[in-house]
Design a protein around this ligand. Sequence first.
Ligand code: NAP
Ligand code: MG
Length: 492
Amino acid sequence: MESQPNKLAFDSGWAYSPAPESTDHVHIDKKYDLFIGGEFVAPVKGGYFETINPATEEVLSSVAEATDADVDRAVKAARKAYRGAWSKMNAAERGKYIFRIARILQERAREFSVIESLDGGKPIRESRDIDIPLAAAHFFYYAGWADKLGYAFPGRTPKALGVAGQIIPWNFPLLMAAWKIAPALACGNTVVLKPAETTPLTAMKLAEVIRDAGLPPGVVNIVTGAGKTGAAIVNHPDVDKIAFTGSTDVGRLIQRAIAGTKKKYTLELGGKAANIIFADAAIDQAVEGIVNGIFFNQGHVCCAGSRLFVQESVADEVIQKLKDRMETLIVGDPLDKNTDVGAINSAPQLEKIESYLKIGQQEGAEMYQSSCPVPKRGYWCRPTIFTGVSQSNRVVQEEIFGPVLAIQTFRTLEEGLTKANNTPYGLSGGVWTDKGAKIFKMTQQVRAGVIWANTFNKFDPTSPFGGYKESGVGREGGLHGLGAYVRLEPQS
Ligand code: NAP
Ligand code: MG
């Protein structure tokens, strides 16, 4: 498949030549079993499902579907490992295993990047520069904490929880696995992880890495499947903690399912981030920040800047510059290094996005799409903006999880703030201004877990991440992320 030359570039005769990343070095098995107790084992009921490449609709591999009996096996293996080698191990030794995972990931980064782009549709530039290096960085960071836990909570003694059940979405498959597994292991827990149905392959490759790193059998178990497999983990009586990243709807189901049990939980849920541009901002950088916030990675980002608020005096300029920039975006082959916007992750997700494009127009908003060509096969959505929206419109209130931006204007800081906070979500936000005082005011008063100033979508393993309101419960990352995997006892 070739990436599509965009119209503006094509007309002016400077379209980039295709620069596809090679897949020669990548090996994907025809079939993947479950990773339980340190071995790859067939599912009890013998069911498998296919995972496809959303850019071509071609089948990449068959993956085991774990049923309740398989989840039970995985939890038992995790419990055995927790009681055995893992909890008896000296913390510095435990750290060495996690460092080893990090180093192997770094060594195999190119292979992981290509598989992430093949299985999920994200541009290789994202998986190569963001997903895979950050996943390795998380393992490095938490490996360093393993033997320093005693210093993390002054006056209290942290104790591992036991078996952690972890369920992750399809938008950052390996990175979410790293966010979950690294702190759990550093704190001395064992793990049963379920990747999303559409993107299981890097998790299965991670299982190989974990085996190659020599972790004691059962410390990490990876079970593939769909929602039912996730529910089996949530409902298993011998799981001590649930860590979930995904939609707010499923987060609610989980909260209901574990209410009244002893299970601890963290939930990282949906978002509808406000990106707020003041008239005194560096406009060109802000436009690039808008594009980065919502169009790169197809808007498949929980903290995507999907609501834009522009100060009225610069609104025409910002919107025009944004439209011009949208025309230059390259939509197409995720493996092409020039691609800005890859494939939508699955047919149902594309359907959902397209339904919102209709809803936005029915609500009376004006829709503008980049005129870029898109490939014939696969799942694609052109970068899209809606103007003339009001606060109550569904495209403003609901998470679309696609390259779709709703634009509104404001006059005063207070008006911008009130509009930005008018959402059930509170995961992230962005502020663009030349004035430090405005940055402080906005970062204090926008109700969201992360606020970026004059940048957007930047991550680091040392800084905590998580939501207010319907965006979730608890924090991952940094020192806060350790707290989610320990019980704190008075210092003995
Ligand atoms: P989702 O449908 O909630 O799925 C997330 C995970 O839960 C998947 O592994 C899914 O399995 C599983 N699952 C589905 N039903 C379940 C149930 N009843 N019990 C237990 N597990 C169940 O979300 P998604 O559509 O994959 O991901 C997109 C969502 O994730 C967006 O809302 C986005 O905002 C959110 N997200 C949040 C963060 C954050 O840090 N806050 C980060 C990334 C994404 P299958 O997919 O295999 O069916
Ligand atoms: Mg796939």
